[in-house]
Design a protein around this ligand. Structure first.
Ligand SMILES: [Zn+2]
Length: 635
């Protein structure tokens, strides 16, 4: 144990180190050394609590340095937004929803953060993550400007917003740092995920609210919710409330014109249906609410020249044209190749080799050619597959290689499988060589390759071969089921949908019918049919792979549970925390949703049910009290 003199020196030393950490990005004490000293300091303070110095790093708000962030679950899902890029697309969206009030505000270019308040106190801050589970950054949230630690509202509530760095703060940061930061958004993201909250604090982040998640408020409109948030002490932002499209456009133009004077980086305007009842009616897609849309600012445009068109064969056999262009910088990225999606795009643009072209890039979206000079030789679609030379099938805009053993299709499918299964260290060249030598020709081969066959190949030494086989074997019994479902490469079934399928059906998904898939949240006819067709064509193969891979399966849901597949909404004040009920619902294969609609099966109602209760009554939805719910569903 250190003595009191050594203790005070240690306090000084650790404070100096924190200072170095954020101003220089080059501390003189390593992280591990810091942790060791910090422990010593704590030991002393635990033994002599009366002698704790006010300056001690343990006495500063949230100054504990973490080893890593814990995962944390959002009480209700966080969604992203669909985009439109021009006024006609927006008009279409507005018309689709019928005449209704629209709430428009700026789209802040930052990182999403979910704040959970209980009994008026900030108890958790969670990054968006995959929308359901993020990282617990509570101690960093506590040092971000404009996040109140206490609010004047006692019910549980999730408050959501963007963490940004104001332009002035960004400028200052670059003045005091040796390292130059170039992108405010990335800087905010990096600062939010610092294990040492002292650093987060010095980066001067700011929180801008945009809405709420789980709550028991009884407001009727989004605008009322926002005014409520402003009244709690969150930053007040400019918004427009109107039912006229030209007023929305006026607001958009106003925000666009004043964009450079705004202290917050903006990348568009968000338009939301104001009435919550209408929002509930529209509901959610897989990734985004149907009642909100982002109207993005115009993209950065650059001139270049088309050098060549190459034809690529994807894992589905689709042959797509890719433009090779004179390298040009667009929005901070050097662009050399731009996909043209399909042959129609070439005709529509009237593009030919040597054309002068305009390339745009919007935010993080991939670059796109929007116009080209006319004239020159017409580009024709290929007659044969550029890889296997089989005559191509041409159907409207789709050009397809139908050859099931086409090298490009096989290789791309294998690569996609390895990537989705998170099997690392087997690059494109390796897959290609193994394919050409008949060792790895389809997904099943991945798990049956033998060392002696590979070892003879050019460039495959002992160690490299071991590494490849090792990476594959380590994945066995060690990958989640959703990864496997994604890896199958079923049309329209990406990661989000695969997670849902794995969670609800487990490995039994191969025995499900069309109605079962249609009952999943966000699944329409096209998706359900796609997976049904795939399973019926490949059932035995999937079964064999499942036996080999032995994926990690969440506790399989009992489909005989009365809650299975049911949509449950909770309202009012309950005796048990809401999270407990969500656990019961999801544990039984049901869905917890936040808004009442015709699709809702059960309303669980506590004290003061309010508008949700009335709505459920009018829709004839089953209404259960807390006691009834627990009696029925708590096994
Ligand atoms: Zn082919």
């Amino acid at each position: 144990m250190i003595n009191d003199k050594e203790y005070l020196e240690l306090v000084k030393k650790l404070n100096k180190r924190s200072e170095e950490y954020y101003t220089l990005d080059k501390p003189t004490i390593s992280d591990s050394e810091f942790d060791r000293l910090y422990k010593k300091l704590e030991e002393y303070e635990n033994a002599f609590p009366l002698f704790i110095s006010e300056d001690s790093p343990t006495q500063k708000v949230g100054s504990k340095i973490l080893e890593k962030f814990e995962k944390a679950e959002h009480l209700s899902q966080m969604y992203s937004l669909d985009n439109v890029f021009d006024i006609s697309e927006l008009a279409e969206w507005i018309q689709k929803n019928g005449e209704t009030d629209l709430y428009s505000d700026s789209k802040f270019d930052g990182v999403s953060l979910n704040l959970i308040y209980k009994n008026g106190e900030l108890i958790q801050g969670i990054t968006r993550g995959d929308g359901k589970i993020g990282e617990d950054v509570t101690q960093n949230a506590k040092v971000i400007k404009k996040i109140p630690l206490k609010i004047d509202y006692l019910e549980n509530i999730e408050i959501r917003g963007e963490v940004v760095i104001l332009k002035d703060d960004f400028k200052k940061l670059n003045e005091i740092s040796e390292k130059q930061y170039s992108n405010p958004r990335n800087t905010s993201a990096g600062a939010l995920r610092q294990l040492n909250p002292e650093i987060t604090k010095k980066r001067n982040l700011t929180f801008i609210p945009y809405g709420i998640g789980e709550n028991s408020l009884e407001f009727k409109a989004h605008s009322e919710i926002m005014n409520f948030l402003f009244s709690l002490g969150f930053i007040k932002t400019e918004f427009a409330l109107t039912n006229k499209i030209d007023e929305v456009e006026k607001f958009y133009n106003h925000i666009l014109e004043t964009r450079s004077e705004n202290q917050i980086e903006l990348d568009g305007v968000v338009i939301k249906i104001d009435f919550l009842e209408k929002q509930a009616e529209l509901g959610f897609g897989v990734k985004s609410p149907k009642w909100a849309i982002a109207f993005k600012f115009p993209a950065v445009e650059k001139k270049s020249k088309l050098l060549n068109i190459i034809w690529q064969v994807g894992r589905t056999g689709a042959v797509t044209p890719v433009a090779e262009i004179e390298p040009t910088e667009v929005g901070g990225v050097i662009v050399k190749r731009v996909t043209l999606h399909n042959f129609d795009e070439i005709e529509r643009l009237g593009i030919s080799i040597g054309s002068d072209i305009t390339v745009v890039r919007r935010g993080d979206v991939i670059p796109k050619i929007i116009s080209a000079s006319k004239g020159g030789d017409k580009i024709r679609p290929p007659e044969n597959c550029p890889v296997c030379q089989t005559p191509l099938l041409k159907d409207k805009t789709i050009i397809n290689c139908q050859n099931l053993s086409c090298k490009a299709i096989a290789i791309n499918s294998i690569e996609y499988f390895l990537k989705s299964m998170d099997i690392k260290g087997i690059g494109n060249r390796v897959v290609e060589t193994l394919f050409e030598n008949g060792i790895l020709t389809n997904i099943e081969d991945v798990f049956s390759m033998s060392k002696h066959k590979i070892l003879g190949l050019d460039g495959f030494q002992d160690k490299k071969t071991d590494n490849i086989l090792d990476a594959i074997h380590k994945s066995i019994g060690n990958r989640e089921l959703w990864r496997f479902i994604t890896a199958l490469g079923i049309y329209r079934i990406g990661e989000v949908n695969a997670k849902l399928i794995a969670k609800i059906f487990g490995t039994d998904f191969i025995n499900k019918n069309l109605d079962d898939f249609l009952s999943l949240d966000g699944f329409g006819d096209e998706m359900a049919n796609s997976i049904i067709n795939f399973i019926s064509a490949n059932k035995e193969k999937i079964q064999r792979l499942l036996e080999i891979i032995k994926p990690i399966i969440d506790e399989v849901k009992d489909s005989s549970s009365p809650l299975f597949g049911k949509r449950v909404v909770i309202t009012g004040t309950l005796n048990l925390p809401r999270k407990e009920f969500v656990k019961i619902i999801e544990g039984n294969g049901g869905f917890f949703t936040s808004a009442i609609s015709k699709k809702t099966d059960i309303l669980l109602v506590g004290v003061n049910g309010g508008s949700k209760l009335k709505k459920a009554e009018s829709l004839g939805i089953t209404i259960l009290t807390e006691d009834e719910f627990l009696k029925n569903f708590l096994n």
